[in-house]
Design a protein around this ligand. Structure first.
Ligand SMILES: Nc1ncnc2c1ncn2[C@@H]1O[C@H](COP(=O)(O)OP(=O)(O)O)[C@@H](O)[C@H]1O
Ligand SMILES: [Mg+2]
Length: 249
């Protein structure tokens, strides 16, 4: 089993979108995939057509077989859950007190049932990022090809080092560029700077900016299912192939 954390320094870069769609792409490759939403926004379920009135999730039920939902897209998922502000404070205090809460939860799921567990997180240094990195075997840092994203990298990479220090089962992080404009000098310059400074850590595929991605969310389904042959879907398929190659090596 491989646990992959989708993380970022900056919000709105596409972590949730990519976590869901990479999960679906892996499922299309006959892998058993569980997606876990560790973001209080509780937004992952919106990509998966879940009943909007559903309040269940890991905050109430924990990470257990009974908190797993089936999606119509070949993956299973555990939503964050809908809770009040007061409940959230208690939950975050619990996570602070037990840094292995997520990791233990994943281990408690019947061993070997999933090939991949994909974790979605909120941006920046949060208790959820800490939990996700303790549980993960690798991290994908989602970045936009812009200066603001680039500026958050030293901080996020030092947090990765700090939270995974000394773990032989953590294989490192990669940077995944999202919303790459087709024709942009600045985008190209930022990608070159990323390449110059993080060459071996750059995922060899960037995800193009594609209006079909937001449209798919409007229809509450992954873009891979909504428009399988659009450029973003093809890019995401390549990322899934790259992930499988790198895991199997
Ligand atoms: N490759 C892309 N092309 C166009 N829009 C995208 C792309 N990836 C994400 N988006 C849009 O960007 C917004 C933020 O994405 P989201 O996955 O919620 O980011 P995060 O989880 O990092 O906050 C959403 O409106 C989403 O539809
Ligand atoms: Mg998100």
């Amino acid at each position: 089993m491989q646990v992959i954390a989708f993380i970022s320094g900056k919000g709105g870069v596409g972590k949730t979108t990519l976590a869901v769609n990479v999960a679906v792409a892996l499922a299309q490759r006959k892998k058993r995939v569980l997606l876990i939403d560790l973001d209080p926004q509780n937004a992952q379920r919106l990509h998966l057509g879940m009943n909007p009135d559903e309040i269940a999730g890991l905050t109430r039920e924990g990470i257990t077989p009974s908190s797993i939902f089936d999606s119509p897209f070949g993956i299973k998922f555990i939503p964050f859950g809908r809770i009040t502000e007061a409940e959230m404070e208690d939950f975050e205090a619990e996570l602070k007190a037990h840094p292995n809460w997520v990791s233990n939860g994943i281990e408690s799921l019947s061993a070997g049932y999933f090939d991949f567990v994909i974790l979605d997180t909120p941006p920046g240094p949060t208790v959820y990022l800490h939990q996700a990195l303790i549980a993960a075997n690798q991290a994908l840092v989602v970045v936009l090809a812009d200066a603001a994203s680039y500026a958050t990298l030293p901080k996020i990479t030092s947090l990765i080092e700090q939270y995974t220090a000394g773990r032989s089962d953590f294989f490192g992080f990669h940077l995944l560029i999202n919303q790459m404009p087709a024709h942009s000098k600045l985008g190209y310059q930022v990608r070159s700077a990323l390449f110059a400074n993080y060459a071996s850590q750059l995922v060899p595929v960037a995800i193009h900016k594609d209006p079909r991605v937001a449209q798919a969310l409007g229809f509450e389904r992954p873009v891979l299912q909504y428009e399988p042959n659009c450029i973003a879907s093809l890019d995401i398929q390549s990322v899934a192939d790259w992930l499988l190659d790198s895991v199997e090596q």
